[in-house]
Design a protein around this ligand. Structure first.
Ligand code: NIG
Ligand code: FE
Length: 426
């Protein structure tokens, strides 16, 4: 086989997932996820070389594929036995917001429930007040601090939602702030419009009127600043019919859509969104086994958010076993936000996914790479080490994959690259 001449060569790494053309190396077997080699055997550690050209993975394979005479004029990156993974993907965050909600957290410690705080105008609406007051530059500066924490953990793609503006001007300000973060930091930002996050005070008691404004004014105005639309379907937010109207408008405006669903109760919206073609349904503690079958049939990603489950002290666990049985792709994300999940660590979310939800290490890493890419519609370009994909990598000084996740607070990511360019965030 003759190999195309790379401009970068990554050698001496152990890889946690890889694929040569046409071979999927992370798949469900007997209801469990395993990383597998082309011959189907489980992947433990394999010395590989990765050729990168123009910021994309050109080819990948065992070291024996290298020509005996080597390549001239190639930048060689030596792994020294470190693990090479795809850059991690945090596929559900609310990283841009004004202020914080530490006071409300204290109230919740004193026994006041999250939904009660929301009903009396706190919760999401208190962040809305602070976000409306903040300048775009202030939002970028604050979110930039949080973003750097994620980048240091090998995150190369991050989704950022609006949703603390709830008026046209502030929703657009948040999306522009997300775009600015992409130009200021070495990261790929995927922006999502979440104008249907809560009913704003100006529309109290008139949720349908607000939904009409979201559909007719905010989504068309935001369509060039985002790639998807999200909505919060819950008794304290929007009902299923309102959520469906928002998604129809997204489709009419050429945008994809996803949903915050079945977090505090079962509204049936995850399955309904899956039937409409949603990229993902997120939270899902109250998802039923029947809903899981619908998600599986439609290929909708189930994004699990253990940080919110942990912070809100929820008791209802998402139906992980039914998700597995229905081959639903599972993603894991931080849900980083000032109220229900003030985490700025995807590794911590991964640890919680294992400890609280019972995911395996492999399922969790799959959920922070390949399946997270799928939740963003990026499954053909990111989230896997595969020819033709972006050369987004993270390198880990660990003896096993489990070591990445088992020790909260310990970040063993030593280097990362985005489109083949080394980043200095470690
Ligand atoms: O994903 N569930 C709704 N939205 C956020 C919470 C936002 C907030 O409390 O500020 C979530 O958990
Ligand atoms: Fe969220």
């Amino acid at each position: 086989m003759s190999l195309a001449h790379p401009d970068q060569l990554f050698c001496g790494f152990r890889v946690a997932t890889m694929a040569s053309s046409g071979t999927v190396l992370a798949r469900y077997e007997d209801g469990k996820t395993a990383f597998v080699q082309p011959d189907g055997s489980p992947l433990q550690a394999l010395q590989v070389v990765v050729g990168v050209c123009g910021g994309k993975i050109e080819w990948i394979g065992p070291e024996s594929i290298l020509p005996a005479e080597g390549f001239a004029d190639v930048a060689v990156i030596e792994g020294d036995g470190r693990w090479l993974l795809p850059g991690l993907i945090d596929c559900h965050t609310h990283l841009v917001y004004g202020g914080n909600r530490a006071c409300e957290w204290q109230e919740r410690l004193g026994g006041v429930p999250y939904a009660e705080i929301a009903r009396r105008g706190g919760g999401i609406l208190s962040t809305v007040r602070q976000t409306r007051m903040a300048s775009e530059d202030q939002l970028v500066a604050d979110a930039g601090q949080r973003l750097q924490r994620l980048l240091a953990e090998g995150v190369t793609t991050v989704e950022i939602k609006s949703g603390y503006g709830l008026d046209r001007e502030t929703e657009l300000k948040m999306l522009r702030a997300a775009r600015q973060l992409q130009s200021r930091f070495p990261v790929r930002v995927v922006a999502t419009l979440l104008a249907a996050h809560a009913v704003p005070p100006e529309f109290a008691g008139r949720a349908d009127d607000y939904v009409a404004m979201v559909c007719n004014e905010i989504i068309p105005a935001a369509r060039d600043l985002c790639s998807a639309v999200d909505a919060f379907c819950e008794s304290i937010a929007f009902d299923c019919d309102q959520t469906e109207r928002v998604f129809r408008s997204a489709m009419e405006n050429g945008l994809q859509f996803k949903v915050h669903a079945e977090q505090l109760s079962n509204m049936g919206m995850a399955a309904r969104a899956a039937r409409m073609g949603a990229l993902s349904a997120d939270h899902l503690e109250y998802l039923t086994p029947e809903d899981c079958a619908v998600l599986g049939r439609h290929g909708t990603v189930a994004t699990l958010l253990p940080g919110a489950f942990y912070t809100l002290g929820e008791k209802q666990l998402p139906p992980v076993q039914a998700l597995r049985e229905n081959a639903v792709p599972i993603a894991v994300s931080t849900d980083s936000n000032p109220g229900s999940s003030p985490l700025v660590s995807l590794l911590l979310a991964g640890n919680m996914a294992c400890n609280l939800f019972g995911l395996t290490v492999e399922e969790t890493i799959l959920g922070m790479t390949r399946n997270a890419a799928r939740a963003l519609g990026l499954q053909n370009e990111a989230g896997a080490l595969q020819p033709g994909f972006q050369a987004d990598f993270s390198a880990w000084e660990v003896g096993s994959l489990a070591e990445m996740l088992y020790s909260p607070g310990q970040n063993q990511c030593r280097a990362s690259w985005i489109a083949g360019v080394a980043r200095s965030v470690h």
